[in-house]
Design a protein around this ligand. Structure first.
Ligand SMILES: [Zn+2]
Length: 284
């Protein structure tokens, strides 16, 4: 699954190559790719036609293209293998091309949604007064959002009777922090993933948010990152980033701070990686 930095890289690519272009027509080559658009493929194509794409937007890992003058937006679900590519018309179709959007201009490129495993897709939704597709109105702001409220997040943490990693992955509290970045931020902050949120002081919350922002910004600086080699950014360059991860995937390797072998524990159908010395388990 792409993480927030990859999605932001795609968003920036779309902003550069697709924003302010008017849709000439949209072609759905596989109905599964628009299954979240309940009215169907013809309706999807009809509603896009003739509208200008506004500034591509993102919240957490959700990405959408506003349609100007409609109060509607195209929400992109990248799923496991979805790619949004801007390609020259003359370039042969990708094997797993699902949706093609042509534009009414002479720029010579089109937008393609390519998805090998077809878990992803595009769908059109009404937008809220904030400009969010209505189906994601409940998703909290992400920590890279300038309007993310640190104090509000801290208060929510204190009220919630949960543990910190669960809270970091709770999209109604904070969005865009996936399993990888949660482990990285917790390692940097020397916090065990099962620490109760009720024990968090304001400085500790601030420190953890700072680390979460640092790891995501570092990934953004090198153009996004993903473990899925199928992921390609909007320019067609591989978004695969050989990151220097400090926690995730490092079971048995020495902690980069203290040298203790890193641990892995099964956690909510995933894994948590941590240093058993730097990140002491809370007393139960
Ligand atoms: Zn350590």
């Amino acid at each position: 699954m792409p993480e927030l930095p990859e999605v932001e890289v795609v968003r920036r690519g779309l902003e550069r190559w697709v924003a302010q272009r008017t849709v000439a027509d949209a072609e759905v080559l596989h109905p599964r790719a628009v299954r979240r658009h309940v009215a169907g493929a013809d309706d999807f194509a009809h509603r896009l036609k003739g509208h200008r794409i506004g500034t591509p937007s993102r919240r957490g890992k959700y990405l959408w293209l506003p349609l100007e003058d409609t109060h509607q937006a195209v929400l992109a679900h990248l799923g496991m293998s979805g790619q949004l590519l801007v390609q020259p018309h003359e370039l042969a179709d990708e094997k797993h091309l699902r949706i093609r959007v042509r534009f009414a201009d002479g720029l010579g490129t089109e937008l393609r949604f390519v998805d090998q495993r077809t878990f992803g897709g595009l769908s059109l939704h009404d937008t809220t007064p904030d400009g969010l597709p209505d189906v994601i109105a409940h998703i909290a702001r992400d920590p890279l959002d300038p309007l993310f409220d640190d104090e509000l997040f801290h208060q929510a943490l204190r009220r919630k009777r949960t543990t910190i990693k669960r809270a970091l992955l709770d999209q109604s509290l904070i969005s865009g922090v996936g399993n990888i970045y949660a482990d990285e931020a917790l390692w940097r902050a020397r916090v065990h993933y099962e620490r109760p949120t009720a024990t968090f002081t304001r400085p500790r919350t601030a420190e953890l948010l700072g680390h979460a922002r640092d790891v995501m910004n570092a990934a953004l600086d090198v153009g996004g990152t993903s473990f899925d080699s199928l992921y390609v950014n909007v320019n067609g360059e591989s978004g695969y980033f050989d990151r220097s991860l400090d926690a995730y995937g490092r079971e048995g390797l020495p902690c980069r701070r203290c040298g203790t072998p890193m641990s892995r524990r099964a956690w909510m159908n995933r894994s948590s990686y941590f240093c058993p010395k730097c990140q002491r388990a809370p007393r139960s």
